[in-house]
Design a protein around this ligand. Structure first.
Ligand code: KIV
Ligand code: ZN
Length: 530
């Protein structure tokens, strides 16, 4: 990667920092599906995980490196603490990628040094340069982060960065780990680094920040004005605590206001050259995929990708938009891939039409995935006359979601109404192949279904979130159900889509329970082998 890029580099950490938020845990196939979509979106670097953290993380980084890390694909990166064994694991995991990066970090704020690391500043200086030099043995592309840079003493920060660059770091990333800084302060930190780190021209300045005060995106844009050229962000802004800076907000901010930002990158204000490599038309699809697979819902008023982001409710606004869109719209919804939701297929459409529309929408399915999705499509065609792009997307995302297939939902049947007690009967096939049926009464049909499922699966859990959203308008719309449940302080999510929302609710619950059940099984296995 050139050290003076004339555009902004997008480093996506959805699969590492994003996946760190409660309940967002993804399995390997889901991570791969997201990584492929990130490549289509055009991100420059995918931080695919933290290889040393667990064998599952290692495998995920390794598979993404093999599959998505092609010559013309993104750089594949693994996080590593500034420790020999972490760096070795990261190096091994990214090996299959045509372009691989090791991202190593150590904290530099006095609070972290005193209470977390129990190390002196000179010890941290030595470790930073030793570990960057060690990582350099495996790849030329080494990124170094002084964790909690936002609260670090600037003079010490300059020294650490100088040592890291001297040891071979090609990117130095400045994290506002706790989301504490304000835009002008963060901009000043970047300016200070540019002015006081003697060898800074040998590295790219990157920024990483959390959204605890809702300032991450604003901080990054200020950083760009002061010389940052790599932005670390996540789809929908998911991540640790209040999340990370949202990719879609940064990219669209830079795009819509490019005349404002161009001069900070040494371009004429009216330059039409894109400021990032992102294919903005893939933004909406990426957002939906990440939301469906992680179970992290997007708030309706979320900038760029919220369902209300392009909706005009007030009469005055609607009138203005009808006369001229520019009155109340600063960007076209089509720019982020929100199509006019065309009606494309129907009950009689064949396999080829189905396959080619999916290809046009950017979905690459294996033959088995295509077969499964086609069956779902035909079933939907029997219930719904007109099938839109959004329906297709819901079907495919549902097929990609691969909760472990332990308990299989065979039947769900409810009896309810204004003067009836909601009663549900469910049949589930157990992981051992036995079919078990049970019934329960609940406060409503979904409650009854969940109680009946619990009687069969028998793993204590607390439902913490249940949401239904319709994919399109109309009484025959597909309903998407997302649920999150808690078991001993861990959150497990499940998602499903169906025109029958009771069936979708049951399947989403079984998906979440399967994730929980798989976790318990792994734990048991680890105890046996320990
Ligand atoms: O927030 C943070 O400081 C991080 C580092 C590991 C870059 O995620
Ligand atoms: Zn972070």
């Amino acid at each position: 990667m050139e050290t003076k890029p004339e555009r902004i580099i997008i480093f996506d950490t959805t699969l590492r920092d994003g996946e760190q938020c409660p309940g967002a845990t993804l399995n390997i196939d889901e991570k791969l599906a997201i990584a492929k979509q990130l490549a289509r979106l055009g991100v420059d670097i995918i931080e695919a995980g933290f290889a040393f953290a667990s064998p599952g993380d290692f495998t995920a980084v390794n598979r993404i490196a093999q599959t998505v890390g092609t010559e013309d694909g993104p750089v594949i990166c693994s996080l590593a603490r500034a420790r020999y064994d972490d760096i070795r694991a990261a190096a091994e995991a990214i090996k299959p990628a045509a372009k691989g990066r090791i991202h190593t970090f150590i904290a530099t704020s006095d609070i972290h040094l005193k209470y977390k690391l129990r190390k002196t500043r000179s010890e941290v200086l030595a470790i930073a340069s030793e570990m960057v030099a060690y990582a350099k043995n495996f790849t030329d592309d080494v990124e170094f982060s002084p964790e909690d840079a936002g609260r670090s003493d600037p003079e010490f920060l300059y020294q650490v960065l100088e040592r890291a660059i001297a040891a071979g770091a090609t990117t130095v990333n400045i994290p506002d780990t706790v989301g504490y800084t304000t835009p002008s302060e963060f901009g000043a930190i970047i300016k200070g680094i540019k002015e006081n780190v003697p060898n800074i021209d040998q590295a790219i300045i990157s920024v990483h920040g959390h959204n605890d005060l809702g300032l991450a995106v604003a901080n990054f844009l200020e950083a760009v004005k002061n010389g940052a050229r790599q932005l670390e962000c996540t789809i929908n802004g998911i991540g640790e605590r209040a999340g990370n800076a949202a990719l879609e907000e940064l990219v669209m901010g830079l795009h819509v206001r490019r005349q404002y930002f161009n001069p900070f990158l040494g371009r004429p204000a009216d330059s039409e050259l894109p400021l990032t490599n992102i294919d903005t038309k893939q933004i909406y699809k990426s957002s939906r995929l990440v939301s469906n697979l992680t179970g992290m819902l997007v708030q309706p008023n979320k900038a760029i990708v919220g369902t209300n982001a392009f909706a005009h409710e007030s009469g005055i606004h609607q009138d203005g938009v009808l006369k001229n869109k520019l009155t109340y719209e600063i960007m076209d919804a089509q720019l982020i891939g929100l199509t006019d939701n065309q009606i494309v297929l129907g009950k009689h459409s064949g396999r080829n039409a189905f396959r080619s529309r999916l290809q046009e929408l950017g979905f690459e399915l294996t033959e088995t995935e295509l077969n499964k999705a086609f069956i779902r499509f035909k079933e939907l065609g029997d219930k719904k006359k007109e099938i839109t792009d959004w329906d297709l997307e819901a079907i495919v995302n549902d097929e990609i979601q691969q909760a472990p297939d332990l308990f299989k939902l065979e039947l769900v049947q409810v009896f309810c109404g204004s003067s009836a007690k909601a009663t549900a009967t469910v049949s589930l096939r157990t992981p051992e192949g036995e079919e078990l049926t049970d019934a329960a009464i609940g406060t409503g049909p979904v409650d009854a279904v969940y109680k009946a499922i619990n009687r069969v699966v028998n793993v204590p859990n607390e439902l913490v979130e249940f949401s239904v959203q319709s994919v399109t308008a109309g009484i025959d719309a597909i309903g998407e159900v997302t649920i999150r449940l808690r078991h001993e302080d861990r959150i497990f999510s499940g998602h499903s889509a169906n025109t029958d929302i009771i069936a979708a609710s049951a399947q989403a619950y079984v998906n979440a329970l399967n994730r929980l059940y798989a976790k318990l099984q792994n734990k048991q296995q680890e105890q046996v082998t320990a």
